[in-house]
Design a protein around this ligand. Structure first.
Ligand code: DQA
Length: 521
């Protein structure tokens, strides 16, 4: 485990990195809190929830925490004041108190948003960052900058609010796509260029190719990348001086993200292009000798970044608007050499223009963007009282617990190459909402609505609206039980009804979907 302490005006923030599991996250927090067991609002997104939320929840439950959760759609579009208000509503409705905690479980969007909400709810409650992306671990979750976007600019609304703790569990990185890895790697390379010395030399020798696929690369470099930021932020928390260095590659990087349309280039891809621009500016301003600059540029260029459409004029306009928000003074972060960054106010306009033109050319002719492949997605929705499996009428439903059944389903889904989410609710309205939510995310549904099967028109209507391939499952065979269980309000909307086969019914339902769902692109 790598352990750091970020010393700030508001106190010490422990920051830990380990290649472990969800249990480690929960026990580390429990250790820091001592006997205190506050309620946690876990804020996450659908992609993270898919692979990791159930494990995290069980780990925190085992440590005795009270849990609430909020799963948001993924993406930068979520960083709005409206979303922040939505989260504040949850905190208020669930009566979160001043000593309860918001736990941000996700990438930069989630930590920025959840941290911001924690900073304003009841004038500031504690939050914990559990970053799940490389970018989050080395950058977004560290340093206490929180915020949401405004139509007129990124992160225009926000605050400095340090998390109580940052817990980065590295094994989760194995679920990231190569593009997401590259995106985070940009911040590590930036850290190495700022730090220079041994760190840069090791990165340089490992080469850019290695970062695309190697978990070893993470183990060696993630915590060190973060350490550069931790050191700088502990000397300048509010960005009055040295912290600006962390913007290396970000002036052109932000401009590129803006003019290509957010999301076209991943943040880190734009920063890699931005660092190439910063190196070129350093050379043109006579700070970095040409051979050194060209060698560095070649090193980054070997990454084959995706192409995007942009023009030099648009880039310059975007930079001008950045300038306005920085009260008229644009500060360029340049390099004399790795380890020797410089903040410069006076890069001649002509040099900036020439660099923008060069960037237009290299960005337009970049490699083809790699589409992010995905597996087919299935959601299992279990209705009331199924959470009691194991203890609930074992003679009817068997002795397997709900947790065991869920685990089993995840294994079956993995074998069939599905991404799976499982949800359970005892409330009819919530169950209908889960179907509505699944409609946006899933390719197929497996429903065991429990007693709602026989009674709920609302559940039927939600399923009809979802218009997704669905399979109905019952552990018991309701048609051989009491009369009132004989009818199902959803059977005619499902491809198949599997009943009386116990837990195995879920496997059969997954197999049915494996055969019938079309492949994803
Ligand atoms: C059930 C059957 C329903 O009749 C009952 O209300 C349940 C479980 C089953 O899985 O067998 O809760 O759906």
């Amino acid at each position: 485990m790598d352990s750091f302490e970020l010393k700030t005006q508001s106190g010490i923030v422990p920051i830990r990195f380990a290649y472990m599991n969800a249990t480690w996250v929960a026990t580390e927090l429990a250790r820091v809190l001592g006997v205190r067991r506050p309620r946690l609002l876990i804020v996450t997104d659908e992609n993270v929830a898919l692979h990791q939320l159930e494990n995290l929840k069980s780990a925190f439950k085992a440590e005795g925490f009270g849990l609430e959760e909020c799963i948001l759609p993924p993406g930068e579009q979520q960083k709005t004041i409206a979303r922040a208000k939505f989260l504040l509503d949850i905190l208020a409705q669930k009566k979160f108190a001043r000593d309860d905690i918001v736990l941000a479980f996700g990438g930069g969007v989630i930590t920025d948003l959840a941290g911001f909400v924690a900073s304003v709810y009841q004038r500031g409650i504690e939050w914990i960052a559990v970053p799940t992306t490389l970018l989050g671990m080395v950058d977004a979750a560290i340093g206490g900058k929180t915020g949401v976007n405004h139509e007129l600019g990124k992160n225009l609304i926000g605050s400095f609010h340090q998390p109580k703790m940052v817990l980065a569990e590295l094994s989760v990185l194995s679920t990231l796509s190569p593009r997401e890895i590259r995106s985070g790697a940009a911040e590590i390379v930036k850290g190495a260029l700022l730090a220079g010395g041994e760190f840069w030399r090791e990165i340089e020798v490992a080469g850019v190719d290695a970062m695309e696929w190697s978990p070893r690369w993470f183990e060696r470099f993630v915590a060190r990348g973060a350490a550069v930021k931790i050191e700088i932020v502990s000397r300048d928390e509010r960005e009055s001086g040295e912290r600006m260095l962390l913007n290396l590659g970000h002036t052109f990087g932000h401009a590129l993200e803006q003019v290509t349309g957010y999301g076209t280039l991943a943040h880190g891809e734009a920063v890699f292009y931005g660092m190439r621009a910063a190196i070129r500016l350093s050379e043109k301003c006579g700070m970095m000798p040409q051979p050194k600059a060209r060698a560095l540029d070649k090193w980054i260029a070997s990454l084959e970044l995706p192409a995007a459409k942009c023009t030099a004029d648009d880039l310059l306009t975007a930079i001008q608007s950045d300038k306005k928000t920085a009260s008229g003074k644009l500060r360029w972060i340049l390099l004399r050499e790795p380890g020797k960054p410089v903040i410069s106010h006076d890069v001649p306009d002509q040099v900036v223009r020439e660099c923008a033109e060069w960037l237009e050319e290299i960005v337009q002719s970049g490699a083809e963007a790699v589409p992010i492949p995905r597996r087919r997605r299935v959601v299992i929705l279990n209705g009331p009282n199924l959470n009691l499996l194991g203890t609930r009428e074992p003679s009817v439903y068997g002795s397997m617990t709900y947790e065991e059944l869920s685990k089993q389903c995840f294994e079956w889904a993995d074998d069939l190459n599905f991404d799976l989410l499982i949800r359970q609710s005892n409330h009819e309205g919530e169950y209908a909402e889960l179907i509505q939510w699944a409609r946006r995310w899933a390719d197929g549904l497996i429903l065991n609505p429990g007693a709602f099967t026989h009674t709920s028109v609302a559940v039927r209507d939600a399923l009809a609206a979802a218009n997704l391939p669905a399979v109905e499952v019952h552990l018991s065979d309701p048609s051989s039980r009491e009369e009132f269980r004989h009818s199902s309000l959803i059977s005619d909307l499902c491809r198949r009804t599997i009943k009386g086969h116990g837990p195995d019914g879920y496997r059969e339902a997954l197999t049915e979907l494996a055969f019938s769902l079309p492949e994803t692109a």
